[in-house]
Design a protein around this ligand. Structure first.
Ligand code: NAI
Ligand code: MG
Length: 341
């Protein structure tokens, strides 16, 4: 039995978390869920977007599955997602984007992994107005040698372990010569320790263009926090959109699994969300805790339901679609049918 902290989250969170839980339960993995709140749900219940109980539960269990959390734009509380990544030093944000049979997209055979640095630079929250009149504002993005080294190293180690051939370092070192320059320098140094893996680099703007014209030329991408955030949404768009894109936040001692997408307030409470991204994040979690067969069953069942294409959510099939719940039930039926064959 594995104990895992489950944070349902805001907006579409509770419904996709429920879907994910039902699929994981049907996968055969034995999970003891400890449900805790954060974000708006934390404020509602405890007047705190990151309640102490939630932090303690993650600290104890070391593994969490998390729905999306709403962060107010502009003023209001700071991002709880960022706070969680900082608190547990989850320096790796790993976001795969792979073409799925049956999902209609502009490209075939896309198979990308984004490694995003998850604790530094413009997300560290070092920002302020320079005066009371708010005449200017500044954000300080600190990039460290240690922070760059550990994320690039993690990317190369992953590449070696998973038989990936090439790592592309993405930067803007032509303009941000110090921060992005440091990241690129350290990246190249680390690359020399992995002669078996090809390494190249791209400037972010060119990278964005190349990804939407010929994404198949890339394999594994490693980059700083802000570029990684943007590129991972872009990469999800290449393979069918945010409804299909899972992610993992991994540190030395703990990991939090979640979808790449946010709380989708535009469709919250309407039974329209695609739970696949969070279900697939659940599969990444199962891999992490060593439940490899259950993880495979989860992935295979989602893939089969998508391939059959009879019951798809609205993001994938706008004219004829089923709701979140029915989609999840279809995946659960599929996973249960595996055992009977
Ligand atoms: P979003 O990712 O929530 O939504 C962007 C678009 O994608 C919307 O049109 C939405 O309906 C659609 N979408 C997202 N997930 C979907 C799904 N599973 N199925 C079908 N359609 C889906 O991004 P947005 O609107 O910019 O952010 C909303 C809130 O989420 C903000 O408060 C933001 O801070 C937060 N957020 C939280 C994240 C997290 O918890 N890790 C990540 C990204 C945003
Ligand atoms: Mg994002």
């Amino acid at each position: 039995m594995h104990r895992v902290t489950l944070i349902p989250g805001d907006g579409i969170g509770p419904s996709i978390a429920e879907s994910t839980r039902s699929v994981i339960e049907a996968s055969g993995a034995k999970i003891d869920w400890e449900v805790h709140q954060a974000g708006m749900a934390g404020i509602d219940q405890f007047k705190d977007p990151l309640p102490k109980e939630t932090l303690e539960s993650i600290a104890k269990n070391k593994v969490a599955l998390k729905g999306p959390l709403t962060t107010p734009v502009g003023m209001g509380f700071r991002s709880v997602n960022v706070a969680l990544r900082k608190e547990f030093d989850l320096y790796i944000n790993l976001r795969p984007a792979k073409s799925i049979e049956g999902v209609n997209t502009a490209f075939k055979d896309v198979d990308l992994i984004v490694f995003r640095e998850n604790t530094e630079e413009f997300y560290a929250g070092i920002e302020h107005y320079i005066d009371a009149k708010k005449s200017a504002a500044e954000t300080i993005g600190v990039v460290t040698r240690t922070g760059s080294d550990r994320i690039v190293r993690a990317a190369f180690e992953y590449a070696r372990e998973h038989k990936r051939k090439m790592v592309t370092i993405v930067h803007k070192a032509n303009i941000m010569k110090y921060t992005s320059g440091l990241f690129l320098d350290v990246g190249r140094e680390v690359a020399r320790e992995f002669p078996d893996i090809e390494c190249n680099d791209r400037i972010i703007d060119n990278m964005a263009m190349q990804l939407v014209t010929r994404p198949q030329q890339f394999d594994l991408i490693v980059t700083t926090n802000l570029f990684g955030d943007i590129l991972s949404d872009l990469c999800s768009g290449l393979v069918g959109g945010l409804g299909l894109a899972p992610g993992a936040n991994i540190g030395y001692d703990a990991a939090i699994f979640e979808a790449v997408h946010g709380s989708a307030p535009d469709i919250a409470g309407k039974d329209l969300a695609n739970p696949s991204a969070m279900i697939l994040a659940g599969a990444m979690m199962l891999d992490y805790i060593g439940e490899l067969e259950a993880a495979k069953r989860v992935r295979d069942s989602v893939a089969l339901v998508l391939k059959e294409g009879k019951k798809l959510t609205r993001d994938l099939s706008p004219n004829r679609y089923v709701g979140t719940r029915e989609f999840a039930e279809t995946v659960v039926e599929k996973i249960k049918s595996f055992g009977k064959n």
